[in-house]
Ligand binder design. Sequence first.
Ligand code: GLA
Length: 376
Amino acid sequence: MNWKSVIETNEVTIASPGRINLIGEHLDYNGGVVLPAAIDLKVNLFFKKNNTQLCNVYSKNYNDGFTIDLGKIAISEMEWHNYFLGVIHFIDQKYPGQIKGFDCVVDSSLPIGSGVSSSAALECGIAKGISLLFDVGLNNSEIITMSRDAEHHFVGTKCGIMDQFAVVMGKANKLIELDCHTQNFKYVSADMSPYNIVLLNSNVSHNLATSEYNLRRQEAESGFNFILKKYPEYQALAHVPLEVMEEFKHELSEVVFRRICYVAKENQRTLLASKHLENGDLEKFGELLFQSHEGLRKEYEVSCSEMDFLVDFAQGFDGVLGARMMGGGFGGCTLNLVHDDATNDFIEETARTYKKEFNIELSPFRVSIGDGVQSI
Ligand code: GLA
């Protein structure tokens, strides 16, 4: 495929954003409340029909391409191929025969594997692009669930709904307060001036991420199933109050007990954080971010030494209201709420100290909150 010509003559162009999450980590698959938003960094996808039964995909970032035969969709060894394979599979299952051959070029400004959900951005971008190219007419909810299903069954991460939801429903300057159990949501103002949202990409991504992520999900589910035997009325783990969890302290393993207590506490923190935001109380909001990190580090155990170091450093820095690791964990980015006047110094000093400690370059970036996936 001549990818330059696909970009020049494409029929559909999609811009699909990454996401941040202010607070409410590992709550989506536990039926809790989360506070994500789409960001201004995006994956761009250029689509063009090719009148065959083959889909040719080329990634500018990987400088690599591959071809999918629509008659032979199966899971690939190559992780990034599975985003396409999975989304095509689920669209084709619901709308058989509508997808025909196409050429697609992917060009991403999102750092890969760093907790800003380049995966959901890609999946939702593929779904939206294919839908427009072949007039499949997918609605937002179909794009969200088919992308999530692709992640579960082709990529292999048993993720929740937060990332795909934020990528599709994101709105400029708004956070999404999403109840992941009902999928009811409301937009809340993301105005935090004079504070900036600064992401620090640790540039580490530990390869345990997928298996440990799936394990956390299993641990939380096993705790919930145990509670359900006595309290069948609860619809989701995040709905179980901490006092009720305490009753099971000696019946559950120490690890499972710690995991479920984290879920109850993080859900409380998220609801409270949203109130503080509404009242403009950014100091209290920031304090909850630090607490969230402590929970992720000690109770849910999804952090790592590099991110702990970054959060500890931020906590001691004047002008930083809050900081925590973001996303699935085991590497990726920390999210920091930093005063305008302190932002440059904070970025410089953190990068210097981090390099000294780990001999790794830090990639800091400021993000603004943008719209969800769209054709441009
Ligand atoms: C990953 C998953 C999400 C969510 C977060 C943790 O980003 O894809 O579904 O579970 O981790 O909050």
